[in-house]
Design a protein around this ligand. Structure first.
Ligand code: NAP
Length: 501
């Protein structure tokens, strides 16, 4: 049962004013809007909880993460029903996303259990060293303090209330205050109820988790600016992320802001691969591009091919595949509006041809496919902007030199994809050197949607793909965002943290 309220350190509170959810099916509901007072209350409780929570054993924290996963699974069907109504995502997608979310919580539980993430180091004392003796020095990663998390619109579970940022921060030993996304407040509340139950079952300090619903921009500002918040996890738009990043940097005490922003994820089809299977790659690209109505940050929005017969087969196969896809609802009315504006801008851009696509009504979107020449792409940086949705543009290079020049034109990206065969290895070597400087993840002969949650994953990339300088927001390494190294020099054994003794 939904309360329509905010969970602040174990109590369900009202904020100031209300907002309505905008459901695709069923009735809209009224939710209490967040307030600055609630932000302060939640963060004060998180600050009080920090010394208690961060001092718990890793095993106890792991048990808490596993209990959250159990409680989410226990109300899985309710979460799917409300999630699907609020976001328009099909039930099967939400079921999959829930198992990704609970799998992520369990993965972090296992990850902290072995303690390797602490990166413990020990330089033993050398009292007889000349000319100066060396002291005993030990190092270990310690949690930062309370963390603010901004839930994503496009992953109502896996990147929201109990999503990757929350799981990583709780695993690290940091209390979390979530700013729920106003696109799915009911889903967020149900997940918060599951976390509340886990807090009760595990005897955690109540301030370890709070959820403040959206509906008021002042909430986000107050969260980022509060002196007790020590890091921020964010997934969303470049404009929103950048403005909150700037606020975090302008604080008297700047803090790390881990923003996962936009990306157009270029996909390069090299000549031998195109000769062998242009149509197959075209179909695969169309599938990846339109999956989930194109609402993935890893959506491969740009394909680069070398002009000729194989490029023609690629375009034809992609267009035929996209024609089969019916309009489907987007996550929010404003995302649908942005998609209409973005595709309209491409439709009228100089040197760009529309291969297929048409405007859809209301909150729905259907695929669009555009085509342009490499020279035009290079001359028009406005073509490089993300169009969030199932829209793709094919850039035709005149030869591989031209293709490499297009590769150099990209800003920071989450992913770079290369389709290649053995005979493409010469140019691929050059392309990968460019890719390493531009992207967080490089893939060969695949498609970038579908991000594996594992130890070796990087989901981040140079700005503007993210503000995660040197970090990832997916995979076990994402815990490092909420830790910092501390050295202990000649500290008596009895005073060291348990994990360092
Ligand atoms: P968004 O507008 O950036 O919102 C994300 C979160 O940040 C929301 O909680 C929002 O609060 C808050 N926020 C945004 N701007 C703010 C500001 N200036 N001050 C305070 N809080 C602010 O992103 P979105 O709603 O998810 O989607 C819009 C666009 O983001 C899409 O069209 C797409 O381009 C991009 N997007 C990218 C990704 C990705 O993974 N890279 C994912 C989803 C969306 P409110 O609830 O008050 O709006």
């Amino acid at each position: 049962m939904l309360t329509g309220k905010h969970l602040i350190a174990g109590r369900w509170n009202d904020g100031s004013g209300t907002f309505r959810s905008d459901t695709i099916t069923g009735d809209d509901r009224t939710f209490s809007a967040g307030s600055v007072e609630l932000v302060h209350e939640a963060i004060t409780a998180a600050d009080e909880a920090f010394p208690v929570y961060s001092a718990l054993s890793r095993g106890t924290r792991a048990g808490f993460l596993r209990t959250i996963a159990e409680e989410i699974d226990a109300i899985g069907s309710q979460i799917t029903a409300i999630g699907s109504a609020e976001t328009g995502l099909p039930p099967a997608r939400l079921e999959g996303e829930r198992s990704r979310t609970t799998g992520q919580l369990r993965l972090f539980a296992d990850h902290i259990a072995d303690g390797l993430y602490l990166d413990r180091r020990h330089d033993i004392a050398l009292p007889d060293r000349k000319p100066v003796p060396r002291p005993d020095i030990r190092l270990m990663q310690r949690p930062l303090g309370p963390v603010a998390v901004f839930g994503a619109s496009n992953f109502p579970l896996a990147f929201s209330t109990a999503g990757g940022d929350t799981a990583a921060a709780l695993a690290a030993g940091c209390p979390v205050v979530v700013k729920g996304h106003s696109a799915h407040p009911g889903t967020g509340e149900l997940v918060a109820q599951a976390i509340e139950k886990a807090i009760g079952r595990c005897g955690m300090p109540l301030g370890v988790f709070s959820l403040i619903q959206g509906g008021n921009r002042a909430v986000g500002h107050a969260l980022v600016q509060h002196p007790s918040i020590k890091a921020v996890g964010f997934t969303g738009s470049l404009a929103g992320g950048r403005s909150l990043f700037d606020l975090a940097m302008a604080r008297p005490e700047p803090i790390p802001f881990f923003g996962e922003l936009g990306s157009i994820n270029p996909m390069f089809v090299l000549p031998s691969a195109a000769k062998a299977r242009a149509a197959d790659i075209g179909r695969g690209w169309a599938g990846s591009l339109s999956q989930g109505v194109g609402q993935f940050c890893t959506n491969p929005g740009v394909a680069i091919v070398v002009a000729g017969t194989d490029a023609g087969s690629f375009v034809k196969a992609a267009a035929e595949e996209l024609q089969k896809i019916s309009p489907a609802p987007m996550l929010t009315a404003s995302i649908a509006r942005s998609y209409r504006d973005g595709t309209a801008a491409l439709e009228t851009a100089e040197g760009v041809t529309k291969e297929m696509g048409q405007i859809s009504p209301d909150r729905a979107a259907a695929p669009y496919l555009f085509r342009t020449k490499a020279r035009n792409w290079l001359a028009n940086p406005t073509l490089h902007s993300e169009v969030f949705g199932p829209s793709g543009i094919i850039v035709e290079a005149s030869d591989v030199r031209d293709l490499l020049e297009v590769a150099r034109s990209f800003e920071g990206q989450l992913t770079f994809t290369v389709h290649l065969d053995d005979d493409d290895c010469g140019v691929a070597r050059e392309l990968l050197l460019i890719a390493e400087r531009k992207a967080g993840r490089i893939l060969c002969n695949g498609y970038p949607t579908g991000v594996e949650i594992c130890d070796a994953m990087v989901h981040g990339g140079p700005y503007p793909a993210s503000t995660n300088f040197g970090a990832t927001s997916v995979g076990t390494m994402s815990i490092r965002r909420f830790l910092r190294p501390v050295s202990y020099q000649n500290v008596p054994e009895s005073l060291l943290p348990d994990d360092l003794r």
